[in-house]
Design a protein around this ligand. Structure first.
Ligand code: DMJ
Length: 696
């Protein structure tokens, strides 16, 4: 049986209403017509005439009314004198006499477009990408640097300005290859094109468009298309901000790494000018020396690729003679510090393997190690011409071997190096704590006595006295005693001031004759003295550190290239026109780290901005005179000749292991990043943990 639903009811109701309305309208139209017909002819004519008149008046008045309506529409926005503000999302300019909000110190602010979204804030190293690289949770171990993830800036083509400033000799190198020249030209054209795209002109001001935040290409992409020679875009960061400077260090590292990766991958050193490589030990020296720097700088892709090489390619089972000291500070130190930063057992395994292969060096009659050891054969020997070892070399492997023992719980490593320190501690022949430069591996006695320096062959002996004391929790009194005595010896016999400007420097002593000569290597000393003062030693050490820091700075600032020579001579005559003199044979610069190392320590302890500025100047000079187009930095022959500094075609591994690392740390605002209360840097800038002292 059918029963109407609610839907049916609504349909019926709607259709009734519709027909009612229709009928009503029809009815209304019919009654109007009837009424019109009932009017007289005169009445109808008057009504029609009136309608026509109204129509004419309406047509005549339309233009002025319509104009008036248009004006009214715009009047609410009359404050916007220039709609381009809106296009750029800018606030309207302030009325005359109103100061911009930013105040006088930022006069350009009203001309700037909106700040780019998230302008690269996370500039600190970021947590590791893989679980096996998680920071250590255990006691006494360095946590991986914390911080938000790094935003990699998109890389822009090499600035034309820079290209023009390339010194003549480097330009020659560039021009020597037609391909390279053509590439450079193409890059310049691309840059011009890019510049056009980047800029938006607004009332004469050139304003940057959005900043890119593209990540670096992956390792695979790199293989397919090697990245161009580019400079990182730091324009979004305030000029001279520490973040911008850190970014500039990253950029320098990437540039150096690009050269190494393309022309020297897995080899010891890059020869950046000839775009080839050099071998010293055949152990990928630069790659390993640079591992922890990449980690600290947050260069995760580069680090991952290098790690893979260590895992798959690095083998110490080789018939190769290596220098005990260099291999220890650069390779063993690099592996140990990378292990501490990453907690990746790969690096500890490699360190153990290497450490055990270096042990034969200590099998000598005196227990003073030989300089060379064959990793594959397990044999060791002194240099061919002598039975002597260099003093700095045998006393600057201790931090690394002691740490290896702590990590492996195998005392053999620390036993051999502690024995060396014990022997040297009680050895006669020191001069108020100063030590000769050689020690005989047969007799265990100092040789070539009478010459004292804090430069080559002795430098890191002094450094490691203090640093071992700090590493061990400041309980090994013999180390401290030797260090304090040595610094007194330095003050008494080696410290002098120049005649003209009273610059304090550390000279040398040769059979009681003072020589006003200072190696650049000695510039580690301000940092070491400051570190000692920080750990509770006398303030007099800090005073000396500050004075020596000024001198090391002058060794750069007074050179035409802004780069220090390898050795400086100082004038003691007040009448002399210059404090710093450079002999022709000493004019080279090897991209050494000691001055920026000390700047890092002094900034950490004083917070004086000038130390950062000095470091920044040095980085600029490296970029101007040692940067090789296409990738890499080179040692140079002549720091006094800015037109032809004379590239040497060699990038030392310590440029990546030390120089750039210390520059990066110098510009870091995070004083807990590798805190100097928690880590001690070995002489190759590899941070190792300070041990928790045993309970007393
Ligand atoms: C580095 O290998 C080490 O810093 C060493 O102690 C001295 N020489 C170089 C850097 O100049």
């Amino acid at each position: 049986m059918y029963s109407p639903s609610r839907k049916d009811f609504i349909a019926v109701t709607l259709s009734d209403a519709h027909s009612r309305a229709y009928n009503n309208g029809k009815h209304r139209r019919q009654s109007c017509w009837r009424k019109w017909k009932q009017l007289s002819r005169l009445q109808r004519s008057l009504a029609l005439g009136l309608l026509a008149l109204l129509l004419v008046i309406g047509l005549l008045s339309y233009p002025s009314l319509s104009h008036h309506w248009t004006d009214n529409t715009v009047s609410s926005d009359t404050d916007w004198l220039d709609v381009s503000h809106r296009a750029l999302d800018l606030p309207p300019p302030p009325p005359p006499g109103v100061r911009p909000v930013a105040g006088p110190q930022e006069p350009r602010l009203p001309l700037e477009p909106r700040p780019p979204p998230e302008p690269h804030p996370p500039l600190e190293p970021h947590p590791p990408p893989e679980p096996h690289l998680m920071p250590d949770q255990g006691p006494g171990v360095i946590p991986a640097p914390q911080g938000p993830g790094i935003t990699f800036l998109s890389e822009l083509p090499l600035k034309k300005k820079n290209a023009k400033k390339v010194p003549l000799s480097l330009q020659k190198e560039l021009n020597s290859s037609d391909t390279a020249g053509a590439e450079m030209k193409k890059r310049e054209e691309e840059e011009e094109e890019n510049t056009d795209k980047k800029m938006v002109s607004w009332r004469g001001a050139m304003i940057e468009a959005d900043q890119g935040t593209d990540p670096l290409p992956s390792a695979n992409q790199k293989e397919a298309a090697p990245p161009p020679d580019v400079s990182t875009d730091t324009r979004a960061l305030p000029a001279h901000s520490s973040a911008a400077r850190q970014e500039a260090v990253r950029e320098a590292f990437r540039h150096a790494w690009r050269g190494y990766r393309e022309h020297a991958w897995g080899h010891d050193e890059l020869k950046p000018v000839s775009k080839s490589h050099a071998e010293w030990f055949g152990l990928g020296l630069t790659l390993i020396d640079a591992l922890d720097t990449m980690w600290i700088l947050g260069l995760t892709e580069e680090f991952a690729e290098a790690r893979e090489w260590v895992e798959k390619e690095l083998s110490f089972e080789r018939d190769v003679d290596v220098n005990l000291f260099e291999t220890t500070i650069r390779i063993l130190g690099g592996l140990l510090s990378t292990y501490h930063l990453t907690k990746d057992p790969l690096f500890l395994d490699k360190a153990k393997d290497l450490g055990s292969r270096l042990m034969p060096a200590f099998r000598t009659p005196s227990k003073i190690p030989f300089s060379d050891v064959n990793l594959g054969k397990g044999t060791a020997h002194p240099p061919r011409w002598t039975a002597d070892s260099t003093l700095a070399e045998v006393t600057s492997v201790q931090l690394e071997f002691r740490e290896l023992s702590r990590l492996t719980q195998d005392p053999q490593y620390q036993d051999v190096v502690n024995e060396v320190m014990r022997l040297v501690h009680k050895l006669p022949g020191k001069h108020d704590g100063l030590v000769p430069m050689f020690i005989n591996t047969n007799s265990g006695q100092f040789s070539h006595k009478g010459a004292f320096t804090l430069g080559a062959r002795a430098d890191s002996y002094y450094e490691y006295l203090l640093k071992q004391w700090i590493q061990g929790g400041k309980v090994e009194d013999d180390l401290l005693e030797d260090y304090l005595q040595a610094i007194e010896g330095v003050r008494k016999h080696l410290v002098r001031q120049t005649g003209p400007s009273r610059l304090t420097f550390v000279g040398e002593l040769s059979h009681n004759r003072f020589n006003a000569k200072m190696d650049h290597l000695v510039c580690f000393l301000p940092g070491t003295l400051a570190l000692g003062a920080h750990h509770g030693l006398t303030g007099a050490h800090m005073d000396l550190a500050l004075q020596l820091m000024e001198t090391c700075h002058q060794m750069y600032a007074q050179m035409e290239t802004g780069l220090s020579p390898e050795i400086a001579h100082f004038s003691l005559q007040t009448s002399s026109s210059s404090d710093v003199l450079v002999k022709p044979a000493d004019r080279h610069n090897l991209l050494r780290p000691e001055t920026v190392e000390s700047l890092f320590y002094l900034f950490r302890f004083t917070q004086e901005p000038k130390y950062r500025d000095w470091g920044w100047d040095i980085l600029q000079s490296f970029n101007k005179y040692t940067r090789v187009p296409g990738g890499g930095y080179t040692s140079i022959n002549n720091v006094r000749d800015p037109v032809n500094p004379g590239p040497r075609d060699k990038m030392e591994s310590f440029f990546l292991g030390e120089t750039l690392k210390y520059l990066f740390l110098l510009f870091s605002d995070d004083m807990d990043l590798l805190s100097l209360d928690k880590v001690v840097f070995n002489t190759e800038a590899h941070p190792l943990p300070i041990w928790t002292p045993p309970p007393k």
